[in-house]
Design a protein around this ligand. Sequence first.
Ligand SMILES: [Zn+2]
Length: 185
Amino acid sequence: MNMTHVFDEILKHNEAFVANKEYIPYQTDSNPNKKLAILTCMDSRLTELLPAALGIKNGDAKIIKNAGGMITSPVGSTIRSLVVSIYAFDIKQVMIIGHDHCGMSNVDNSPLIETMKERGITKEAFETFDSDDFDTARWLEGFANVEESVAKTVASVVNHPLIAKDVEVRGFVINPSTGELRPVC
Ligand SMILES: [Zn+2]
């Protein structure tokens, strides 16, 4: 299936979805009912499984996703999303949820960099953002151990100067096949 077909298929589905008022069961307001934010991985196995396994319905939680469910910068968009969630939407609890067999659980990023080069990303492009404080190749690195990564992310949130001390932050790992959730910290 090429990309155009995916877009067309989605637009066709969307037209019927709206026309048939299939949105009605999902209607809610923007204030999360459970006063909960979840930071997790963008893995496509978790799209429906994670909310279903946690009993999270539309309107219950702010769900923030990125590659690996990590915080890679104290001023990046992930921590920004958490700050906005906490202060604009009265979030009191934050769950950091990593998962087994994560695509980012491979510290060696050389296959990814090779693929980028094959797709036309030049050496100069790789060097565009490189500085004393920033290494583009390191920025793309994952982690060796999911529990350690989750614990590190929890610490990044707890110790962040812009996160209020009354916010409870816990870390978990989810199994992407069964949805089983293991507390980490
Ligand atoms: Zn993942």
